[in-house]
Ligand binder design. Structure first.
Ligand SMILES: Cc1cc2nc3c(=O)[nH]c(=O)nc-3n(C[C@H](O)[C@H](O)[C@H](O)COP(=O)(O)OP(=O)(O)OC[C@H]3O[C@@H](n4cnc5c(N)ncnc54)[C@H](O)[C@@H]3O)c2cc1C
Length: 361
C-alpha cells in the first residue's frame, strides 16, 4: 500500500495561517489522532490566569501553546476592578496600561454602610497605582496579545474537546476543536471555574453552583460621583453581599451586585432585585440623571471554593482581618476632621464582615 502522505489542514495561530500535518515530512503518515502539534506546555483558557501562565512559561524558555474556545476580543462577566495586588502582578507580567484603551485609574473609593453612612476613602496619591478598572473585553485581549509577543502560539476559537492517547508516557494528548490532537509534556487547565478540563478528568464537583450569584451591566451617560469613584454599597438587603459601580472613561461605569446563594433567594427574585437596586436613590444619585443602562445585564455564579476547600473564608479570618484593619485605620482617621463618622461606618462594616463570615460556618 502506498503512503498517502501527510494530511494537511490549515489553522490560524497568532493571526497567521499555518499548515499542520499528521507527521513529519518523508515519514510514514501517522493518524491525525497521533501528533498534530507538539509543545512543552499546553495552556487551556486565555483568561488572566491562562495568559499569565503562558507569558511566564514562554519567558522561561518553554514552547507554549495557548488555546481558548472563544475568539478574542471576548467579553467576560466581571466587575472589571483591579486591586493593588492584581496591578502589581500585571506590572510583573509587563502589561502596558496603554494596551488597554479603556483603562481607568481610580483615586477614590466611596463606601456606603447598610444604614446609609457614606465615607470617601482617597487612595494614596502620587506614589503609583492602587486600583484601576479595565473592561475585561480589553484587558484579556491585551494579555493574550502580550502572550503572543512573548512567543506563545495562540489558538483562539479552538476549544478543549477531550483527552486523547499520547505517544509517550511522559506526554499528554489533548484534542482541540478544529485542530486535532496536541501533544504536550504539561497541560495547564485555566479554563475557568466551570472548567471542562476538570470535568473531563472527573474531578469536578457535581451540582456545585458557586456560593454567590452576581449581576453586571454597563452604564453610560454617568455624570454623578460614580463617573470617577469606585462605589461600594452595602445595602442591608444584600448583606453579606453588596452592589458596586466601577468607573470607566467617557462617562461609563460597570455596575453590579453580588448576593450569597444561600437558598433563601430564587434566581427570579435576584432578577427583580436588579431594577429595584438601580432605582434606589443613592444609586441614581451616584450615576446621575442622564445615566442609561447599556444592552442587557449578565448574571454569573461566583465560586468561593476550590473543590471542598473554601478559599480564605474560614470562620473568623475575615472578621479578624477587618477588625485589625478597622483598628489601625480608626487610629489614623482619629486625626481626620470626621473621626466619629469614620468609626461608625467601620463598626457597621465589622458587623457586616462578622455576618459574612458566619454565613460560611
Ligand atoms: C459578576 C462578577 C464580577 C466580578 N468582579 C471582579 C472584579 O471586579 N475584579 C476581579 O479581580 N475579579 C472579579 N470577578 C472574578 C473574575 O472574573 C475571575 O476571577 C476571573 O475571570 C478568573 O480568571 P480565569 O483566567 O481563571 O478564568 P476566565 O476569565 O473565566 O477565563 C477562562 C477562559 O477559559 C476559556 N474556556 C472555557 N471553556 C473552554 C474550553 N472548553 N476550551 C478552551 N477554553 C475554554 C474561556 O473562553 C475563558 O476565556 C468577578 C466575577 C463575576 C462573575
Amino acid at each position: 500500500m502506498t503512503n498517502p502522505g501527510p494530511r494537511i489542514r490549515r489553522v490560524r495561530a497568532n493571526g497567521v495561517d499555518h499548515k499542520f500535518t499528521g507527521g513529519p515530512p518523508h515519514q510514514p503518515a501517522r493518524s491525525l489522532a497521533v501528533v498534530a502539534l507538539t509543545c512543552d506546555v499546553l495552556v487551556i483558557g486565555g483568561g488572566p490566569a491562562g495568559s499569565a501562565a503562558a507569558i511566564t512559561l514562554a519567558r522561561a524558555g518553554r514552547d507554549v501553546v495557548l488555546a481558548d474556545k472563544a475568539t478574542f476580543p471576548r467579553d467576560k462577566c466581571c466587575g472589571d476592578g483591579l486591586t493593588t495586588l492584581a496591578l502589581r502582578l500585571l506590572e510583573g507580567l509587563g502589561l502596558d496600561p496603554l494596551a488597554v484603551p479603556s483603562w481607568f485609574d481610580v483615586s477614590d473609593v466611596m463606601l456606603r454602610s447598610p444604614t446609609g453612612f457614606e465615607v470617601r476613602l482617597p487612595l494614596p496619591a502620587g506614589s503609583g497605582r492602587y486600583a484601576a478598572v479595565t473592561p475585561r473585553i480589553e484587558l484579556d485581549h491585551a494579555l493574550v496579545d502580550l502572550a503572543r509577543a512573548c512567543g506563545v502560539k495562540v489558538y483562539d476559537g479552538h476549544g478543549f474537546a477531550g483527552f486523547a492517547a499520547a505517544d509517550s508516557a511522559s506526554s499528554v494528548g489533548v484534542e482541540l476543536d478544529g485542530i486535532g490532537v496536541v501533544t504536550s509534556r504539561y497541560v495547564v487547565a485555566a479554563d475557568g471555574m466551570w472548567s471542562p478540563v476538570r470535568r473531563a478528568l472527573g474531578v469536578a464537583n457535581p451540582g456545585y453552583l458557586g456560593e454567590w450569584h452576581a449581576f453586571r451591566q454597563y452604564a453610560s451617560g454617568v455624570t454623578g460621583a460614580a463617573s470617577e469613584q469606585v462605589m461600594v454599597w452595602f445595602d442591608a438587603d444584600l448583606l453579606p453581599g453588596y452592589a458596586w459601580s466601577f468607573p470607566l472613561p467617557g462617562g461609563r461605569a460597570n455596575v453590579g451586585f453580588g448576593v450569597l446563594r444561600d437558598g433563601t433567594r430564587r434566581v427570579q427574585e435576584m432578577k427583580a432585585l436588579w431594577p429595584d437596586l438601580l432605582a434606589r436613590e443613592h444609586v441614581r444619585a451616584a450615576l446621575g440623571p442622564a445615566a442609561v443602562m447599556e444592552g442587557r445585564h449578565t448574571a454569573w455564579p461566583i465560586p468561593a471554593r476550590v473543590d471542598q476547600a473554601v478559599t480564605g473564608l474560614q470562620p473568623g479570618s475575615y472578621v479578624d482581618l477587618f477588625a485589625h484593619f478597622t483598628e489601625e485605620f480608626t487610629r489614623l482617621v482619629d486625626k481626620s476632621p470626621a473621626p466619629v463618622h469614620y468609626r461608625a461606618i467601620f463598626a457597621e462594616l465589622a458587623d457586616w464582615m462578622g455576618r459574612w463570615s458566619r454565613a460560611f460556618q
